[in-house]
Design a protein around this ligand. Structure first.
Ligand code: FES
Length: 165
């Protein structure tokens, strides 16, 4: 979809300042200013987005769970990278120091997908190996692609399930 951008700027006339004499003795310089308006169209097709909600592991004093929110262009990022880019805690204590950096080897980046699993890629072979016999809602964040470049919607993630702490 094309969007129209308008820029308005004041510019000083290219003409040299006019010189006026007031009375017989006081010269005054003035410059002519006029508003310039430039309009142009930019072709920027909007890419579909995925909204993400990350539910925290512990309820606050009022009994509600903290929720972090992020957005991502569909199909462009791994869940792990979205979380790290948005400073959303992914790893529990052990994983913070011992994670494999997204290589699919350590299994410390497990999250639970509460809602929106259809907006994610299928489990990879690495996940099938690590998460064999685990609930289908569990994913390795470093193997999970958020969106498929065409879909949009909301994904809800339990970021550090109880068993992981
Ligand atoms: S970060 Fe190691 S398996 Fe995901």
């Amino acid at each position: 979809m094309a969007s129209l951008l308008n820029f308005t700027a004041m510019s000083v006339s290219q003409q040299p300042p006019e010189f006026y004499l007031r009375g017989n003795t006081t010269p005054t310089f003035t410059t002519k200013r006029r508003a310039n308006s430039v309009s142009f169209a930019v072709n920027s097709p909007e890419k579909p987005e995925i909204e993400l909600e990350f539910i925290g592991p512990k309820a606050g004093s009022d009994g509600s769970y903290p929720v972090d929110i992020a957005k991502a262009i569909s199909g462009e990022k791994l869940l792990r990278n979205i979380m790290l880019d948005n400073k959303i805690e992914l790893y529990a204590t052990y994983g913070k120091v011992m994670n494999c950096g997204g290589g699919g080897n350590c299994g410390t980046c497990i999250v639970e997908i509460i809602d929106g699993k259809d907006l994610l890629n299928e489990r990879t072979n690495t996940e099938l190996r690590h998460l064999k016999k685990k609930p289908e809602s569990w994913r390795l964040a470093c193997q999970t692609i958020v969106g498929n470049k065409e879909n949009s919607g909301k994904v809800v993630v339990q970021r550090i399930p109880q068993w992981k702490k």
